[in-house]
Every structure is written in structure tokens, then in C-alpha cells.
Design a binder for this molecule. Structure first.
Ligand code: ADP
Ligand code: MG
Length: 703
């Protein structure tokens, strides 16, 4: 018999939830905490002391020995420094575990080794972590023991953001304030805030750990830098939604349990398009919690994989020739009294508030397409966006038939008097129900698609934090709301003014709407005609952070200062160069120490064979041909290796981070590709038993 899993019982068992606070805190303190959570402001130190004690007691009851301020520096992952609850023993030598309000609210990790992009000189080591009271504390359990993790924001001594969390929280406040102005115009006097909600669908690969450990490229770069395609790829589409194999199923089950305990609403799981690729989607939550939870999802995916003899690859493109991984960032806005601003209702043509919100988003995305593109860029995502694979690097919006039709009516006649309806889907089988159809089909090729009551930003990289995309989304939409509210609050006749404004926005920004095939070459040309930016790489995208337009936007809403933006741009260049440098060095290492020596041995074997066969008086022409072919590719590989070494060394000499990053992109990256080609060709002609590393077939079909 299998054990019955009580999901309701284990859910959030490792989280210091609001319910636990209600239970464990004196009423007045609980009320104070709730107030700060809902309305912002600061917790008094007296209250913080009480909360800290309750939190510590709960944590210790659950086996915790340490606490940590858990934060998200600009490395893109999370950071933690553990402190035991241990205190100085009294005169009897007895020690009491303690945790104060001050320790809860503020931490001071040495910040000097985190990326700051010049915001801080190395001698200014101070950085502060501040408790994000809106994201619950949780327990992390691993070989270290049980650690109480307190989600925090991370800032420099001067208050500059050094993390992904601080700007996100700032952007959430900005969009809330501006969205409130919009809903007030439509008579909603009750809402106190508007909350950005996010549901990220996370894609990932699983490979066998033993095989993973035999590939330096997977270990150091998280992706294969060499590898000929297996005879079979994803062409049969037999993996997508396919039956989940036992080993993977056991992994998914374990992963879900761990996530549920952490309060993550892991909901959907399935096999993805590429062999060995899978997806997990949680239910959406408030943006900052979703960002925290997505970090936990990624971390837990890796941790649980180890227990199953697997390794989880979150890289955007672990394998050439099959699909890479992304993260679909579903995003919406809702008032705290339950109105989803992106819900069109049955008759969107009559829903003026929705149409205004939609028009504002269309305008925001058109004006700041470059920033949105930037927010989804990371080194690995360069292999997807605008490269061999979808989604394209061009931002466009998919509205679907129904909304596109409403928008068309509004632009053409200034009036929208009807909405297309989905109608019934007739199954043609008497025993099957006929289904209500959605008014719109899906479009898998759009980077920014309206999906019923939310937008799905499909460009985000699988390994990346979703902090930046959501910060940018909130910021650009806050700006559009602000500009609309500025006009409408002053309008004499609101109905006329709002109508005119919607028409104006839609007319001026309709070029960003595209319902066709975003993967096609025609779209690339069409987009160019429309003047839409097509930013092909992460380093090019990074330059958009410090344009006048960007600085104006982010400074206006207090999300980033100019200095913060400059520092972030600098960090992106550094990060790009370092990553490509590691990849290049890994390729050099593998080529020099593993692949070329194996091929050289193989040529000796062939040469010996030729001699032996000939001396036996037989025809050795096939063996000679093989030898010639392998030797020719070997020479090519050797030459390409030398070129890569030279380029990589040269890159290291460039002083400017920006120039260096561009050099890595244009020169080193190209040299890497030039080395990969002959090596992959060699893999196709060399005896498999002498090939020194597991092949694509081994890696993605035999998990
Ligand atoms: P699909 O993309 O296949 O339509 P779902 O409808 O299940 O899948 O939604 C995908 C993700 O979008 C889920 O994480 C879901 O919770 C999230 N989502 C649904 N509604 C919202 C919303 N209002 N705001 C943000 N995310 C949402
Ligand atoms: Mg989806």
C-alpha cells in the first residue's frame, strides 16, 4: 500500500505563515504586523522583538539551529549567510537560543564580494539586508541542518539597491499607486492598492548525474559546448505531454512535496517538447512572493535531482538542435478588493476600464519594447531570442481575435459596438460534450501574449530571476497609467476624454500588435518596416538601460537612480564576459585534454590498421579514406582551437567592460562556434567507444 499523502497538512508546513503568526503573536503585535504587510510602513522595534521570538520558537521547534537573511544579489541567484541562534552562555555556562527584533529586521553581510558595478568601492564593504515583511519566512532543510530563512532586500550603505528585490518592490509600489488613480477614475473608492500578480512556468532538463559528471561543459557552463545531434531529436513530438517515465515521475513527486512544504503552489507538471525537458508551473501570487518562490523552485529542482541520481539543467540552451528552456512569466494586475484589471469580461467592447488599461499596456510595451527585451536577456537566452530558436527577439503583442477586433473597431470608427464570441466547439461525437470555446485561440509564437485575463511574457530565460522582467513590466505600465491619469483627472467630460485617449493610444501604438507567426522571416521584415526594435543579443540589450528614456522612466518612479542603472549595465557586461570566458576556457580544456587526444589515438589506430591490412595483402582504401577524413578534421579542429585561444587571451586584455563584452560576443563566441563544428563532425565519424564524453544520445534519451 502506498502512504497517503496529506497535501493539505504538509502545505506550508515549513513556512511561518500569517496563520502561524495569528496563533503565536499577541493580538496587538499581530495587528501591527498585518498593517505593515498590507499598507507598508515600519514595524516598531518592540513588535519586531516579539515577532522574532515567536519566529525563532517556531523555527527551533522544527529543528532550526540557524537563521539567515536570504537575499538576491545581482548574481541572479540567492545568497545566505547563516548565524546560529546561539548566544553567550550565562555564568552557569548555560546558553539560551535567542533571536532579536533587530536581527530580524536588519542584517549586515559583508557586501564587498557581490557585484556592485562600481556603486561601491571595494573598501566600502557595508551592505544591508532588510526584512521584506510581505514575503514569509521559511525553513530550509539540508545537510547543514534546518535554517530559518528571512526574505530580505539588499542595499548598499548609501541605500542603493544591490539586488533584484529592492527595485521590484519599488516598482510594485509605483504601479499600485498609478493603477489606483485609474480605478478611482472609474469610481472604485474602496481599493487600497493594486497588486501585480505573477505565475512563472518553469522549464528544465534532467540528465543522469553520472553522465553529467563526465562532461566538463555541463559542469562548468551548464550547457553542452560540443555535441553532434543524436539520430533522433524532437521531430516526432512524442515527448511533449508524453507519459512521464518512472524515474522522472519519482523526481516530480519528491519535488512537489518539497515545494508544497515551502508554501509553493506547484500545480502543473508535464514533459516538454525536447527530449529530457519538463515543466513545472505554480499558481500565481503577488509578484515579490512569486519571484522568491521561483528562486526556491529553481533551487529545489537542483537539490531534489541529486537525490534521484539526476542533475537538473536550468540553462536556456543545454543542447543544440533541440528546444531550449524558457520561463513564461504570466503577469496581471488586480485590486485588493478583487478586480482583475486585465479581465475583459464577456463584452470587452463595453468594458471601458479594461480598454483603457489595455491601451496603456500597449502603449507602454511599444514605447519600452527595448527595456522589456532587455529585462528578459541573460547570457543563455542569447541562444534562444532571435537566434536559432523562438521566441523572436522582437517584442510584439498578441491580442487574439476578439480583442484585435475590438481594437480595430476603436481605431477605425472610434466606437466598438460588439465583441466576437467563441461560440460552441462541436465535437461531433454524441457522447462527448460540446465545449464553450474561448473567444481566441492561443499563439505560441508571440513574446507577449494576452491570455484571457493576464499577459504571458514568454521571452524570459529559464535560469534567470524573474525579478527584472516584472520590475520592468510594473515600471513601464506605471508610467502609462500615470500619463493617462494626468490627462483624465483634469478632463471636463470624462467619458469623452477616456474614449479619445483610448483611441489615441491604440492608434499611435498599434504597430506593436501582431497576431501572426512570430517565428517567420516575414515578421522580421515586417517588424523592421514598422520600426520595432530587433535587439539580437544580451550585450546590445544592456545598452538600453541607460538611455535617456530609461533613466527618465525609472527615476520618475523611484525604481532606479541613474547610478543604479549604470551599475547594472556594467554588471551585465561583466557577467556576460565572465560567462563566455568560462565557456571558452572549458572548450579549450576539453578539446586539448580530452577530444583531440582521443582523436589522435584513433588516427593511430587507423594508421596501424592501414599498415596491417596492406601488409596482409588486402585493400586498405576504406581505412585510408577514414584516416584521411579524420586527420583533415583534426587539423581543422586544431587550427580553430588555436584561434579560440588567441581570441580569448585578447579579450582578457580589454579594459572597458562594455568593449570587452562586445568582443566576447563578436569574436570569442564566433571562435567557439568555429571550434565546435569540426569537433562535432569528428564525433560523427569517430568510433563511439573512443569518444571521451557521453553523447547527446546518451544524455537526453537515456535518462
Ligand atoms: P497556460 O499558460 O497554459 O494557459 P494557465 O492558464 O494554467 O496555463 O496559466 C499559466 C500560469 O499563469 C499559472 O502559473 C497561473 O497561475 C498563471 N496565472 C493565471 N492567472 C493569473 C493572473 N491573474 N496573474 C498572474 N498569473 C496568472
Ligand atoms: Mg503558458
Amino acid at each position: 500500500m502506498c502512504d497517503v499523502l496529506n497535501v493539505e497538512e504538509i502545505f506550508a508546513s515549513k513556512v511561518f505563515t500569517v496563520a502561524k503568526m495569528r496563533e503565536r503573536l499577541p493580538k496587538n503585535v499581530y495587528k501591527e504586523v498585518k498593517k505593515v504587510m498590507e499598507q507598508g510602513g515600519e514595524l516598531s522595534l518592540a513588535a519586531a522583538d516579539v515577532v522574532a521570538k515567536a519566529m525563532k520558537d517556531w523555527a527551533v521547534e522544527n529543528g532550526a539551529t540557524h537563521y539567515t537573511h536570504w537575499f538576491q544579489p545581482l548574481t541572479g541567484i540567492t545568497a545566505e549567510k547563516h548565524d546560529a541562534f546561539v548566544t553567550h552562555p550565562d555564568s552557569d555556562g548555560k546558553m539560551i537560543m535567542e533571536f532579536s527584533g533587530k536581527e530580524l529586521i536588519k542584517g549586515e553581510p559583508d557586501a564587498s564580494s557581490f557585484p556592485s558595478g562600481g556603486l561601491r568601492a571595494t573598501f566600502e564593504a557595508r551592505g544591508y539586508t532588510a526584512w521584506d515583511i510581505t514575503s514569509p519566512a521559511f525553513l530550509k532543510e539540508d545537510a547543514t541542518g534546518v535554517i530559518l530563512c528571512i526574505p530580505t532586500a539588499f542595499c548598499s550603505y548609501k541605500g542603493e539597491a544591490l539586488d533584484k528585490k529592492t527595485p521590484l518592490l519599488r516598482s510594485m509600489e509605483a504601479v499600485s499607486q498609478q493603477a489606483l488613480r485609474i480605478v478611482r477614475l472609474f469610481g472604485n473608492t474602496e481599493a487600497k492598492k493594486v497588486v501585480a500578480s505573477v505565475g512563472p512556468e518553469q522549464e528544465y532538463f534532467l540528465v543522469d548525474r553520472e553522465k553529467y559528471l563526465k562532461r566538463e561543459d555541463l559542469i562548468f557552463a551548464g550547457r553542452t559546448l560540443f555535441g553532434a545531434p543524436a539520430p533522433k531529436g524532437q521531430e516526432l513530438e512524442d515527448h511533449y505531454f508524453g507519459t512521464i517515465r518512472e524515474r522522472i515521475g519519482a523526481y516530480m513527486k519528491d519535488l512537489n512535496i518539497e515545494l508544497w512544504k515551502l508554501g509553493v503552489t506547484a500545480k502543473t507538471q508535464h514533459n516538454e517538447v525536447a527530449p529530457a525537458q519538463h515543466e513545472l508551473a505554480p499558481i500565481y501570487e503577488t509578484a515579490n512572493i512569486a519571484v522568491d518562490h521561483n528562486q526556491l523552485v529553481m533551487e529545489t529542482m537542483k537539490k531534489v535531482a541529486g537525490r534521484h541520481g539526476l542533475t537538473c539543467l536550468l540553462h536556456e540552451k543545454p543542447f543544440a538542435g533541440v528546444n531550449g528552456s524558457g520561463k513564461h512569466n504570466n503577469w496581471s494586475l488586480g485590486t485588493d478588493n478583487g478586480v482583475n484589471l486585465l479581465d475583459p469580461g464577456d463584452t470587452p467592447n463595453e468594458n471601458v476600464q479594461f480598454l483603457l488599461v489595455l491601451a496603456c499596456i500597449i502603449k507602454a510595451v511599444d514605447i519600452h519594447a527595448d527595456l522589456l527585451r532587455q529585462s528578459a536577456s541573460d547570457v543563455g537566452n542569447d541562444h534562444r531570442l532571435g537566434a536559432n530558436e523562438a521566441p523572436p527577439a522582437i517584442i510584439s503583442i498578441f491580442l487574439g481575435e476578439q480583442l484585435e477586433d475590438v481594437v480595430k473597431q476603436l481605431i477605425e470608427t472610434g466606437m466598438a459596438d460588439h465583441s466576437i464570441h467563441g461560440g460552441k466547439l462541436l465535437t461531433g461525437v454524441s457522447t462527448l460534450p460540446d465545449l464553450e470555446k474561448d473567444a481566441t485561440d492561443r499563439n505560441r509564437t508571440s513574446p507577449f501574449a494576452f491570455t484571457g485575463n493576464k499577459f504571458e511574457f514568454r521571452m524570459v530565460g529559464s535560469a534567470d530571476s524573474i525579478g527584472s522582467p516584472n520590475t520592468t513590466l510594473n515600471a513601464i505600465v506605471a508610467e502609462a497609467f500615470c500619463e493617462a491619469a494626468d490627462v483624465l483627472e483634469k478632463a471636463e467630460d470624462f467619458d469623452v476624454a477616456v474614449h479619445d485617449l483610448i483611441k489615441k493610444y491604440l492608434t499611435e501604438h498599434q504597430r506593436i500588435i501582431f497576431n501572426g507567426n512570430g517565428y517567420s522571416d516575414e515578421w522580421v521584415e515586417e517588424a523592421a518596416r514598422r520600426g520595432l526594435p530587433n535587439i539580437k543579443s544580451m550585450v546590445e540589450a544592456s545598452t538600453t538601460l541607460t538611455t535617456e528614456k530609461s533613466i527618465k522612466l525609472f527615476e520618475k518612479f523611484g525604481i532606479f537612480t541613474k547610478a543604479e542603472l549604470e551599475s547594472r549595465e556594467e554588471i551585465l557586461y561583466e557577467n556576460y564576459s565572465k560567462t563566455i570566458n568560462i565557456e571558452a576556457l572549458t572548450m579549450i580544456d576539453m578539446a586539448k585534454k580530452q577530444i583531440l587526444p582521443a582523436v589522435i589515438k584513433y588516427t593511430k589506430f587507423l594508421a596501424d590498421t592501414v599498415v596491417t591490412v596492406k601488409s596482409a595483402g588486402a585493400d586498405a582504401s576504406v581505412q585510408s579514406e577514414e584516416l584521411a577524413a579524420v586527420s583533415a578534421k583534426l587539423a581543422e579542429a586544431k587550427k580553430a582551437l588555436a584561434a579560440l585561444e588567441e581570441k580569448t587571451a585578447k579579450a582578457g586584455e580589454i579594459a572597458s567592460e562594455k568593449e570587452k563584452a562586445f568582443f566576447f560576443k563578436d569574436e570569442v563566441f564566433a571562435a567557439m562556434a568555429a571550434l565546435r563544428t569540426p569537433v562535432d563532425e569528428l564525433e560523427m565519424i569517430v568510433d563511439k567507444t573512443v569518444w571521451p564524453i557521453p553523447t547527446y544520445g546518451d544524455l537526453i534519451f537515456e535518462v
